[in-house]
Design a protein. Structure first.
Length: 146
């Protein structure tokens, strides 16, 4: 998670919402990304989707069934759907997202028994630190610092 937090900080320097994600296979980091919605002018350029795409390319396969994704914020519906479709073995997230989180906050797409795959899910890892990144970022926007 510390690597995902570091990547989230990189996003802040690019005026992106500070969310970072990495995909780990075994003991190796396969990919990592921060949000790029502003930079790419793409609503789907979330850190998780980019990290999943890069991991699939690096491993030359679409199934990530032996991989873990770490992300600093609870995944939204779009990202949770991609996690299910890519067959991630495990998803670990930091801060809970009471407005859009789909791993327990407003819904739970990742553990829905009707889905064809359900990764193992762990939430709240370094939640305070991950949440503070977001609070600071949006506080700076409100104060005009960004």
């Amino acid at each position: 998670m510390r690597n995902a937090i570091s990547i989230a900080h990189d996003g802040t320097r690019q005026n992106e919402v500070p969310i970072g994600a990495i995909v780990v296979c075994g003991t190796s980091i396969i990919s990592g990304a921060n949000n790029r919605t502003v930079r790419d002018q793409d609503a789907t350029a979330h850190a998780e989707l980019i990290a999943i795409r890069e991991a699939c390319a690096a491993l030359d396969r679409w199934r990530l069934d032996d991989c873990t994704l770490y992300v600093t914020l609870e995944p939204c519906a779009m990202c949770a759907g991609a996690m299910v479709l890519s067959r991630l073995q495990r998803v670990v997230f930091g801060a809970w997202d009471e407005k859009a989180g789909m791993a327990g906050s407003i819904g739970d797409l990742l553990r829905n028994p009707r889905m064809n795959h359900s990764p193992q899910v762990s939430g709240g890892l370094l939640a305070g630190e991950c949440g503070e990144l977001l609070k600071e970022f949006f506080g700076n926007i409100r104060s005009g610092s960004l």
